[in-house]
Ligand binder design. Structure first.
Ligand code: MN
Ligand code: MN
Length: 305
């Protein structure tokens, strides 16, 4: 069960209202790299986790992300506070409307949500469960979590760079730092599983695991540790990249005799005729700029009959 403590995880000190900044902060409230997405990501993984130690870690971090959600949501509400109060009390209409709309997308939070924090991103897109990519296999989920923490950290960095409010900067710095701590925990948990690569149970086919295909050829072909050295077989020739795998490289399927007859019938019905150059609507209605068309002569043209 969940028990709520009214003390925020980190004290929120906002210097002054700023609806425009509030809209940007929504990115970490209801956006893809935001705190609700993080909480739901780890919570769904925890429910299915069979290792008691990892389950405990995931529940701890999922719950902490909800605490972060509360902190970032409180920042949004404080930044919208002044406009919200003036709207509720019906102060100076014209000026108020200007202030609301001068906040970029802030009309979404100020008008529709009464100054509250809406579960949407900074562009107004509603939060989506599609942000959560839990697959139920720890070696895949932990890798995804590590990347998610990196992305959350980067968004916090960008938000820190767009505000000069010292209190907001300080709180965002705390939230950013906690994502670093989470990334470290997930990395440790991943490497505590051995083997952890490749994810899942089935081994890869040794015929293909160490091949690098130079699929994009031309100027700018580069070599690096990702395609050179003892671990790699570099296939430079584009024509050698079809493995063929013992066949002629065609797609095939076995059909019954009746299905073969029907498939042939369908192919014959739709086959293109040989040796024809049919007259088309484009030829008949051709005007200036039509390019090469059939020369029909003026008499054949519609409108001159
Ligand atoms: Mn967080
Ligand atoms: Mn986190």
């Amino acid at each position: 069960m969940f028990i709520h403590n009214k003390r925020l995880m980190y004290t929120v000190r906002v210097s002054e209202p700023n609806p425009r900044l509030a809209s940007l902060m929504l990115e970490q409230f209801g956006g893809p790299q935001g705190e609700l997405a993080a909480a739901m990501r780890y919570f769904t993984q925890a429910l299915a986790e069979s290792c008691p130690k990892r389950k405990d870690m995931l529940l701890d971090i999922a719950t902490e992300e909800l605490s972060h959600l509360e902190v970032i949501g409180s920042i949004v509400v404080m930044l919208n506070k002044g406009v919200n109060a003036r709207m509720a009390e019906g102060a100076e209409e014209g000026e108020l409307l200007r202030d609301v709309f001068s906040g970029g997308e802030s009309h979404t939070t100020s008008l529709l949500y009464g100054g509250g924090a809406a579960l949407m991103n900074s562009g107004g897109a509603p939060w989506s469960a599609a942000y959560v990519d839990t697959i139920g296999e720890p070696t895949a989920d932990l890798r995804s979590n590590i990347a998610a923490e990196s992305r959350a950290k980067i968004i916090y960095e960008r938000l820190i760079n767009v505000t000069d409010d010292p209190g907001v900067k300080d709180t965002l710095g705390f939230l950013m730092t906690r994502e670093i701590a989470h990334q470290k925990s997930f990395e440790k948990a991943l490497y505590a599983i051995e083997p952890n690569f490749p994810s899942g149970k089935l081994p890869g086919d040794p015929e293909y695991t160490d091949k690098y295909f130079n699929m994009s050829s031309g100027k700018g072909d580069e070599r690096g540790p990702w395609n050179e050295g003892e671990q790699w077989e570099y296939i430079a020739d584009p024509m050698a990249q079809s493995t063929g795998n013992g066949g002629d490289g065609d797609a095939m399927v076995r059909l019954s005799e009746a299905e073969v007859a029907l498939a042939r019938k369908a192919a014959m019905r739709t086959a293109g005729r040989e040796g024809v150059d049919p007259l088309t609507g484009a030829d008949l209605g051709a005007g200036p700029g039509a390019g090469s068309t059939k020369n029909l002569g003026a008499a054949a043209k519609i409108g001159s009959r």
